[in-house]
Design a protein around this ligand. Structure first.
Ligand code: ZN
Length: 210
């Protein structure tokens, strides 16, 4: 059977190898999950949390979207995919850590920085533009001061991580747990070319490689 972008070949390898060799673990997982971290990452195919953190199924609860953004806590209007996943993982699974991971060469960040989809209709970039309008203020500020090159791109990638952390803290169930010490928040940035992870030190607000 063709199609699935040849994913079925990978599925057959998974069944024959990884699944067979960990059958017991999969039986346990069928009973429930107890992940040790929530990872909020970009949808980009090059920044896969399970690969970067070398985790197995059941270990991390992953929320992915364009440019790893967390909209602020709000109850009206849209269909809150990020909020629903976050609420479930924090309040039902009691996951003790949230990691926001941005990455190098993020297309969403580039779109926000260059304004390339400004005025585009839905289906021609309009959805990306609307989603990325969450960081339009810092994007415009960085573009006016630093242009739209690699340095500016990196600055905005870091801003998106900071903003997601700040927005996470607008969720009462996150803020409450962070305050009483049962939930930790962490920001990091993955550089694709070097395979290097930079972690945000919130005390001095600087990203450093670990
Ligand atoms: Zn991205």
């Amino acid at each position: 059977m063709k199609g699935f972008g040849n994913l079925l070949e990978g599925y057959r390898r998974f069944r024959a190898n990884k699944f067979e060799s960990a059958r017991g673990r999969w039986q346990e997982l069928a009973e429930g999950q107890s992940p040790r971290a929530i990872v909020i990452a970009c949808s980009d195919s090059r920044a896969d949390p399970a690969t970067i953190f070398d985790t197995d199924p059941g270990e991390i609860f992953v929320i992915r979207n364009v440019a790893n953004l967390v909209p602020p806590f709000e109850t009206g209007g849209g269909r809150h995919g990020v909020s629903a996943a976050l609420e479930f993982a924090v309040t039902q699974l009691n996951v003790p850590e949230i990691v926001v991971m941005g990455h190098e060469k993020c297309g969403g960040i580039s779109a926000a920085l260059t304004g390339m989809f400004h005025g585009a209709v839905a289906g021609e970039g309009g959805f990306v533009h609307k989603w990325m309008s969450q960081i339009e203020e810092p994007a415009a500020e960085i573009a006016s001061q630093h242009g739209t090159g690699d340095d500016a791109q990196r600055k905005l990638e870091e801003v998106s991580i900071r903003q997601s952390l700040a927005n996470l803290r607008t969720f009462p169930f996150v803020a409450e747990r962070e305050k009483n010490g049962t939930l930790k928040l962490l920001g990091c940035h993955f550089s694709i070319r070097d395979g290097e992870l930079w972690v945000l030190g919130e005390a001095d607000d600087i990203f450093r490689p670990v």
